[in-house]
Ligand binder design. Structure first.
Ligand code: COA
Length: 162
């Protein structure tokens, strides 16, 4: 039986930390859905379409990765694509409580939907999309945090805005 998993998130924008989790997960499961949450409550820098596009570009070499978006409950999306596994990255102990709460809630809502945690690689354990955006907004170098195409698009966004 093949394993189909979902790696959900906001990816605003995708960082090297996310890519680390995507590459490692794609080596573990047969098929990986990288699913961008269309979250009305957040005020993202990039549209869902732009985030999906950036993820497609940065994962183009991974043949078992499918990039898509979803809105509503993650458990409903998992049912739609027939996935029984969610993957999340844990960067530090501070991520754990929130992640545990989500994993337990999802498992209660959809019995049999499990969450697998990957510890993020040490060099990315400090990284978040907000940090990337803040550094870019203040004119700093974000090349250590994102791939060149994403760095360019992030800089362009802030140029458009100013
Ligand atoms: N490397 C770098 N950064 C990482 C990371 C990693 N490995 N893992 C997480 N992050 C960062 C993200 O960049 C993001 O940073 P930001 O807050 O500065 O933007 C932050 O951690 C958390 O983002 P993300 O992983 O995208 O999660 P989220 O909290 O935005 O969304 C969902 C999590 C999508 C899984 C969750 O909200 C969800 O399932 N929503 C659907 C609705 C639902 O089902 N709700 C009930 C859930 S119980």
């Amino acid at each position: 039986m093949s394993t189909r998993a979902i790696y959900p998130g906001s990816f605003d924008p995708v960082t090297l930390g996310h890519l680390d989790i995507i590459h490692r997960s794609a080596n573990i499961v047969d098929e990986l859905y990288v699913a961008v949450l269309n979250n009305q409550q957040k005020n993202p820098l990039f549209s869902v379409e732009e985030r999906v596009e950036m993820l497609k570009e940065t994962t183009a070499t991974l043949s078992n990765v499918i990039v898509t978006s979803f809105q509503g409950l993650l458990v409903d999306f998992a049912k739609r694509v027939d996935a029984r596994l969610i993957i999340r990255g844990i960067r530090a102990i501070t991520d754990f409580e929130y992640e545990l709460q989500m994993a337990q809630t999802n498992r209660i809502m959809e019995h049999g939907l499990d969450t697998m945690f990957l510890t993020s690689s040490l060099e990315y354990s400090y990284l978040s999309s907000s940090t990337v955006k803040e550094v870019a907004m203040l004119g700093g170098d974000i090349s250590h945090f994102v791939v060149p195409a994403v760095a360019r698009k992030t800089r362009e966004k802030f140029c458009e805005r100013s």
